[in-house]
Design a protein around this ligand. Structure first.
Ligand code: A3P
Length: 357
């Protein structure tokens, strides 16, 4: 049993050349940041009045609407809440970071746009081969400044987006419209380990976060002080919504997706209203998508080894081991016991459990 201590990798240069086809699907962040509202000052004043906590980046966390938001992303979250207008045909990938977002984005993208981008041929033009999944499926609250409304006019229906915002804090139009939400969660023990590796990389150039080690990060996570957390509220918000409105919210677990990727891919396709036909199944479309979106395939692509698709995060930081139960390599017995007790107390009562060995 050992506690993780990571070297700080050097930052790689920003990927400046847009990948092929990227511009057809995703307007650039710069194009999306047209200032059209003058609420910037009001948002900044609001943020400065809210409680603060320690997080990644020197900017830390801010407690907003009962969740801890990375302070540097909060203006974007508020703009998203105020200005985003959902359409009935939209699909939203929702998650707490490090729960399998990148994987689900790539699977959902491949399924939803398979008429345009055939995944069965050795299709060198498939966007996933030249663009990071986060460049193709934009996280709505990221890349926005205070008072800037996202210009999403370049996106054709059906639109596919991502978000980390808790269910109760989603823009009203998402909750009220017929748009669909696919939520992915993961055993919190593995989430902390994945987060810690990510944080060590993200904070490598910004040591003001100043974590003494994984135990301190773990302690904050257990207290609920973690980006978009407490984790139990994030999970329960989407869990309850999926039970109350199963046609609107599909609730997935990373572990189930690992165990039966093809079966869950079919569920995702049906939920999005684009089920696989018998012919597609006979032609092996499901298996081709599973293969193209596997960790091994995505990790080896040049586009995912260098550059950034979201400012501040290197593309390679989204791909690590992708294992279930990796926590056993990092947690002491007492750490595991503490987190399992929290899961029992906060989640099990609502029927939300994870297989933990
Ligand atoms: P590990 O750090 O445990 O390896 P997110 O996409 O929400 O940021 O989650 C990142 C986690 O998902 C990382 O977990 C990463 O390795 C894993 N992951 C990324 N792509 C994956 C894929 N195609 N299949 C399975 N796991 C994947």
């Amino acid at each position: 049993m050992h506690i993780l201590s990571l070297p700080h990798p050097k930052l790689t240069p920003i990927h400046t050349t847009p990948p092929p086809l990227y511009h057809l699907l995703v307007p650039s962040m710069a194009e999306n940041s047209k200032p059209s509202y003058d609420d910037q000052q009001e948002i900044e004043e609001l943020i400065s009045s809210l409680p603060k906590g320690k997080g990644w980046h020197s900017s830390g966390l801010t407690l907003y609407q009962n969740f801890w938001c990375h302070s540097k992303f909060l203006p974007g979250v508020i703009s998203f809440q105020r200005h985003f207008l959902a359409r009935d045909s939209d699909v939203l990938i929702a998650s707490k970071p490090k729960s399998g977002t990148t994987w689900l984005k790539s699977l959902a993208f491949s399924v939803l746009y398979r008429a345009q981008f055939n995944p069965t041929e050795a299709n060198a033009n498939h966007p996933l081969l030249s663009s990071n999944p986060h460049a193709l499926v934009r996280t709505l609250e990221l890349g926005q400044s205070a008072g800037h409304a996202p210009d999403l006019s370049g996106f054709a229906d059906p639109r596919l987006f991502g978000t980390h915002v808790p269910y109760d804090s989603l823009p009203y139009s998402i909750r009220r419209s017929r748009c669909k939400v696919i939520y992915i969660c993961r055993n919190p023990l593995d989430v902390v380990v994945s987060l810690w590796h990510f944080v060590a990389q993200v904070d490598a150039g910004d040591r003001a976060g100043g974590w003494s080690g994984m135990e301190e990060y773990f302690d904050n996570f257990c207290k609920g002080m973690d980006g978009y957390g407490p984790f139990w509220d994030h999970l329960l918000g989407y869990w309850k919504a999926s039970q109350e409105r199963p046609k609107k919210v599909l609730f997935l677990k990373y572990e189930d997706l690992k165990e039966d990727t093809a079966g869950n891919l079919k569920r995702i396709a049906e939920f999005m209203g684009v089920p696989f036909s018998d012919e597609e199944e006979r032609n092996g479309v499901v298996e081709e998508i599973v293969k193209m979106c596997s960790l091994g395939s995505l990790k080896e692509l040049e586009v995912n080894k260098t550059g950034r698709s979201i400012a501040g995060f290197e593309n390679n930081s989204y791909f690590r081991k992708g294992e279930v139960g990796d926590w056993v390599n990092y947690f002491s017995l007492s750490m595991a016991e503490r987190l399992k007790n929290i899961m029992e107390e906060k989640l099990s009562h609502f029927g939300l459990t994870f297989r933990v060995n």
